[in-house]
Each structure stands twice: as structure tokens, then as C-alpha cells.
Design a protein around this ligand. Structure first.
Ligand code: TYD
Length: 204
């Protein structure tokens, strides 16, 4: 019987640098002999990527945004994540449900109980085995974003939004310290990679 794979997610405010570390995470796991599937949310499937276009560029009601995030997530789980894990692959996703709690609850002010209903519907008890949270003060993240790229709909929000997103992430990490590991994203890339390697090597 195949041993099911592991599901690892990367989270943080926009500009915290998580995307920089995706390839490092994948390389480290491949070196251990695992098949690795790299993916992202919103997105990860053809339908999910179409929804991502809408989510990042079309104005909409906050609840519509939340529902579309979970519609994309349902497709992602059914089409990609669950089949990959079942064949023994390790799946690494750039964002997952913690982002819905951070952005739609923390950022937009939707009640967490509404997200919990959707999470339960779409995921049952399914959750990542390990979440790396790249933590950075909102103003530092803002400066990094400004230097790096054109802003999407989320990235045009004011600093107060990202501070609330950050605090929501940190309170989730406090509630689930075993799964969500906080990394200080102000560290140098080599120092961060050493910390990431250590966490990955401890994951059975
Ligand atoms: P992101 O993954 O940061 O992509 P890029 O690095 O290309 O900017 O962008 C996705 C955006 O979607 C990000 O601003 C956070 C947002 N998001 C939510 O608001 N809720 C969610 O549940 C997810 C998965 C993402």
C-alpha cells in the first residue's frame, strides 16, 4: 500500500517573501526522494486559475470573494490535492485556508464562524500537516511590494488591512502552534532556509 503524502502550505502577508522559498521547499523534499507537486491558491487547476483572475482583478462583495475562494479550493482538493496525496506525492501550496481566515476575516471583517462553515463543508477535517508562516510587519511588506511588482486588487489595500491580516495569521499560529510555524521574514534568505530545512526534516 502506498503511504499517503504530506500537505505543506506557505502563508504570509503579500510581500513577506513566501514565493521565494517555494522552490527551496520543493528541492529539499525532492532530495529526500519524494514526488513533489507545487501549487497555489487561489488557483492550482484550470478552473481555479480562471477564478483567480476574477478574484485578483474584479471588484466584488466580500462574501462573494470568500465563496469564490472556497469554490476554487473545492476544485483544487478534488482535482489535484487529494489525488496527489493518495498516490504518495507531497503537495506544497502557496497559500490555503489560513489565508481565508487572515484576509477575508482579519482583512475584510467577515466573521470566522462563516469561514468555519465553508471549511468544514469543503475540507471536512482535512488540514495541512505543516504551515510555514512568513511573518513581517505590514510596513516592511509594503515597501518590498512597492519595489517588486504592480499591485493586484488585494495589494492595493491600505496598510491597516495588512496589519489586520498579519494579526489574524499570528493568532491562528498561536492557536495551532504544532501545525503553523512562524518564521521571521526579516531574516536573511540563508537563515530562513536553514530554519525551513530544519522544520521540513522533522516532518515524518
Ligand atoms: P499571492 O498568492 O500572494 O500571489 P502573488 O504572489 O502572485 O501576488 O496572491 C493571492 C492573493 O489572494 C493574496 O493577496 C491573498 C489572497 N487570498 C485571499 O484573500 N484569500 C484566500 O483564501 C487565498 C488563498 C488568497
Amino acid at each position: 500500500m502506498t503511504t499517503p503524502g504530506r500537505f505543506i502550505t506557505l502563508e504570509g502577508v503579500d510581500g513577506a517573501g513566501k514565493s521565494t522559498h517555494l522552490d527551496f521547499v520543493a528541492g529539499r523534499l525532492r532530495a529526500r526522494g519524494h514526488e513533489v507537486v507545487l501549487t497555489r491558491e487561489p488557483g492550482g487547476t484550470a478552473l481555479g486559475e480562471a477564478l483567480r483572475e476574477l478574484l485578483l482583478h474584479r471588484d466584488m462583495d466580500a462574501s462573494t470573494e470568500l465563496l469564490l475562494m472556497f469554490a476554487a479550493r473545492q476544485q483544487h482538493l478534488a482535482e489535484l490535492i487529494h489525488p496527489a496525496l493518495a498516490r504518495g506525492a507531497w503537495v506544497v501550496s502557496d497559500r490555503f485556508t489560513d489565508a481565508s481566515y487572515a484576509y477575508q476575516c482579519g482583512g475584510r471583517g467577515i466573521d470566522a464562524s462563516r469561514v468555519a462553515v465553508l471549511e468544514n463543508w469543503v475540507q471536512g477535517g482535512f488540514a495541512p500537516h505543516l504551515t510555514l508562516l512568513f511573518d513581517l510587519p505590514a510596513e516592511v511588506a509594503e515597501a518590498r511590494r512597492a519595489a517588486a511588482r504592480a499591485a493586484d486588487r488585494f495589494e492595493r489595500e491600505a496598510d491597516g488591512f495588512f496589519d489586520r491580516v498579519r494579526q489574524a495569521y499570528l493568532s491562528r499560529a498561536e492557536a495551532e502552534p504544532g501545525r503553523i510555524r512562524v518564521l521571521d521574514a526579516r531574516q536573511s534568505i540563508p537563515d530562513l532556509q536553514a530554519a525551513i530545512a530544519d522544520l521540513l526534516d522533522r516532518l515524518e
